[in-house]
Design a binder for this molecule. Structure first.
Ligand code: GLN
Length: 229
């Protein structure tokens, strides 16, 4: 994925999070402000979210550009969640463009998005990849290792492929986890909740930039950022 966002806090509609801000993911799908690799994110989009009383996330993904999806635009204002992960995709060279290659990926409990690329040949073989895209194989590895080992997994993969870019974002309904490794990530902490996003969706001065090669955890208690070494 080339631009992603996570929200943990008071329930918000998918439209409030993904469509309505002045530099929303929708706008980022054709005019990202901080993207270092690729220019538009037109190879698909996905939203996953958690709702009370339902174990595991619900997902809605598509291989088409977000800007052309009138059905999502119609439904998004009436779907609310307190834990959301969304992404728009710019497929890396040689990667399939199909719904199953589009984030968020899931193991039934966690949602995960990858902004970056990795040489698939260096990834240890694991079962359960949703697609042959590098991000899906990386997601399967992260799920297999467990999200508590996310930082270690990123460092291990980066050691095996020094050219890898590994900005990951994950959510399980109670917390968000993210890594920065080669691309941008910003955080917004408000009285309503915490947002993590590849780039700010508006010009609120409270957005802060997460330094490269860091692990970020957002819980209802706040945000922690630790270096990845
Ligand atoms: N490598 C991933 C893909 O092809 C992610 C691409 C990206 O972050 N732009 O989907």
């Amino acid at each position: 994925m080339c631009r992603h966002l996570g929200w943990l806090g008071r329930p918000r509609t998918l439209a409030e999070l993904v469509l309505e801000p002045p530099s929303s993911l929708l706008v980022q799908s054709w005019a990202p402000r901080r993207q270092r690799y690729g220019t538009v994110n037109a190879d698909g989009w996905g939203v996953g979210f958690f709702t009370p009383g339902r174990p595991g996330p619900a997902r809605w993904r598509s291989a088409r550009p977000l800007w052309g999806d009138a059905s999502f635009a119609s439904v998004a204002p009436v779907v609310s969640s307190g834990c959301v992960l969304a992404a728009v995709r710019s497929a890396s060279a040689g990667m399939p463009v199909e719904e199953s290659a589009t984030a968020p990926f899931t193991d039934g409990r966690w949602l995960l998005s990858h902004n970056g690329r990795v040489d698939r040949a260096v990834l240890p073989p694991v079962r359960g990849g949703e697609s042959t895209v590098d991000s899906a194989l990386l997601a399967a590895l992260v799920f297999a290792r467990g999200l508590d080992a996310l930082g270690d997994t990123v460092c291990e993969v980066a050691a095996a492929d020094p050219a890898a870019r590994l900005n990951l974002l994950a959510a399980d309904g109670t917390r968000l986890l993210a890594t920065t490794w080669g691309d941008t990530l910003s955080a917004l902490v408000t009285a309503d909740g915490i947002a993590l996003a590849s780039e700010p969706w508006d010009d609120d001065p409270r957005w802060t930039d997460v330094p490269d090669r860091h692990l970020v955890e957002a819980t209802p208690d706040g945000l922690t950022t630790t270096p990845l070494t």
